[in-house]
Design a protein around this ligand. Structure first.
Ligand SMILES: Nc1nc2c(ncn2[C@@H]2O[C@H](COP(=O)(O)OP(=O)(O)OP(=O)(O)O)[C@@H](O)[C@H]2O)c(=O)[nH]1
Ligand SMILES: [Mg+2]
Length: 481
């Protein structure tokens, strides 16, 4: 039975910071929405589009508060927590709507932003029914950090055994050879020394990097090994899994040193993230580049399923700590979104959604147990393609039309970033189980952001999307009643 990932002091910290949230905004309720996903999944685009759509009253037919006329408007307000980087909304929107439009740059750290939403309340509060205000805090953090959370309840020996087993899996395709060789030549009971620790850590980090780059979607913990930031070169990031020694562990041994560093990593990296950010979320969207995994083949899809199950495992399971029940927040809705759905034709969107559902099925059952509602959706926060039909002799093909990014190559053709093409992306099979073990042939190109954007009567650009309105409705709709 896994231990709850916090100690009582942490619970106290969480409880107090939640009380502080309440004290800072005595009358304005705050909904904290976490937006996560592995690197390049589409977090920045999702948040930029979300803010823009809410601030400009975008076209969101599936967002009931808007279609029913209850949504009044949104504006950006300063976040009271001055120590957390602000999500660079203006900069990202400028890139997306510039001439030429470009995708915003990759972001590597946590950031947050506060939107204040005004809506017509249907509820009677203190004898008052009318315009109400909600703070929507949006927190953007790397999914790699989430994969670290299970470490909180794992000892060094448990984590090591799991990590080594994984490195030995046949499909790791040789990526782990250097690391496994380094392990073999190492005596974990030898006297601790820095060169050996470094040698192992470098080999292990290299294995993590290679397994991420081979197209597989999941990333193995510890997440900061590949995104070290300020901790680069510190002892907390210079360790590797080691097989448990036979017999008692000497405190001066290499094993004991690695064990201490693993504990330091948890104390310096994992726990603060859990306590200061993750444990304070009310809602969560997990963005997944499912199409990229499909394109990389069944092993990548299987890896993705494991990563998603691990991620969901982090959401609190039936808590019985009194303090937590009284003041800590609890994530009550989790949305799994297959992003970039504009890469396939709309006839396959339901199938992509079904696949997403299938991938999180096991994990979702667990979350339900913990009282959270989950949903899967296929979406494009910003749609870079449109649809068309191309006749080829007697047969008609449903195609997508867009401008591939400069340098994209498909079937030996290289694109210049200026020429529009009609692409037959391929269909997804109707049975999601098939996608788990049979390769699908997708034609996959990365597209430029949409070029010519329509404007509203007020002069605001309209960002085209796919099913984005449904995602917004699920994530915040019930708070706007
Ligand atoms: N066509 C299309 N491409 C998208 C969409 N969302 C994201 N992308 C593509 O995916 C890339 C990564 O998107 P980001 O939003 O920057 O991803 P991220 O998760 O913030 O990535 P990191 O900051 O690197 O972790 C973009 O540069 C686009 O090329 C979408 O809705 N449609
Ligand atoms: Mg980003």
């Amino acid at each position: 039975m896994p231990q709850p990932p916090t100690t009582l002091t942490d619970e106290l910290g969480i409880a107090l910071s939640n009380l502080a949230d309440a004290a800072a905004a005595p009358f304005t309720p705050t909904l904290r929405l976490g937006v996560t996903g592995l690197s390049r999944a589409g977090k920045t685009i999702f948040i930029t589009a979300l803010i823009h759509n809410l601030m400009t009253g975008g076209r969101l037919p599936g967002f009931a508060a808007m279609t029913e006329g209850r949504f009044i408007g949104a504006r950006l307000v300063e976040h009271p927590e001055a120590g957390v980087p602000r999500f660079a909304y203006e900069q990202h929107l400028k890139a997306l709507t510039g001439k030429p439009a470009t995708w915003p740059e990759s972001t590597r750290k946590i950031s947050q932003i506060r939107l204040q939403l005004k809506f017509q309340s249907q509820r009677w509060t203190r004898g008052w029914q009318g315009p109400a205000v909600l703070n929507l805090d949006i927190v953007d953090y790397p999914g790699e950090w989430l994969l670290d959370l299970p470490l909180l309840s794992q000892s060094f020996a448990e984590w090591s055994a799991q990590a080594i087993r994984r490195a030995e899996l046949p499909y790791s395709g040789g990526e782990s050879d250097t690391f496994l060789n380094a392990l073999r030549t190492m005596d974990e009971q030898a006297e601790a020394n820095e060169p050996d620790a470094e040698k192992l850590a470098v080999a292990f980090t290299d294995y993590l990097r290679r397994s991420r780059e081979d197209g597989a979607l999941s990333t193995l913990p510890p997440g900061r090994f590949l995104m070290p930031g300020d901790l680069e070169g510190s002892p907390a990031l210079t360790f590797a899994p080691l097989p448990a020694p036979v017999g008692p562990v000497r405190s001066s041994s290499l094993y004991a040193m690695m064990e201490r560093r693993y504990a330091a990593y948890k104390a310096l990296v994992v726990r603060p993230f859990f306590r200061d950010h993750f444990a304070r979320l009310d809602r969560q969207i997990v963005l997944v580049d499912t199409l990229r995994a499909l394109n990389a083949g069944p092993a990548a899809v299987a890896d993705l399923e494991t990563a998603l199950t691990d991620i969901l495992g982090c959401f609190r399971q039936g808590d019985n700590n009194l303090l937590t029940r009284l003041v800590a927040r609890r994530i009550d809705r989790i949305l799994f979104a297959a992003t970039k759905a504009d890469h396939i034709h709309s006839s396959s969107h339901d199938r992509l959604e079904a696949l997403m559902n299938r991938l999180v099925a096991q994990a979702a059952r667990r979350a339900k147990f913990a009282g959270a509602t989950t949903k899967s959706i296929a979406l494009a926060a910003i749609r870079a393609t449109r649809e068309s039909v191309v006749a080829d002799g007697g047969t008609k093909h449903e195609v997508i039309v867009g401008t591939p990014q400069a340098g994209e190559v498909l079937d030996g053709v290289s694109y210049d970033g200026k020429t529009e093409v009609a692409l037959f992306p391929g269909d997804l099979p109707a049975d999601p189980d098939k996608l788990l073990d049979t390769p699908v042939a997708l034609n996959f190109l990365r597209f430029q952001p949409p070029g010519k954007l329509e404007k509203t009567a007020e002069g605001n650009v309209v960002l085209p999307h796919i099913r984005f309105d449904r995602a917004i409705d699920f994530l915040i709709g019930d708070w706007l009643r």
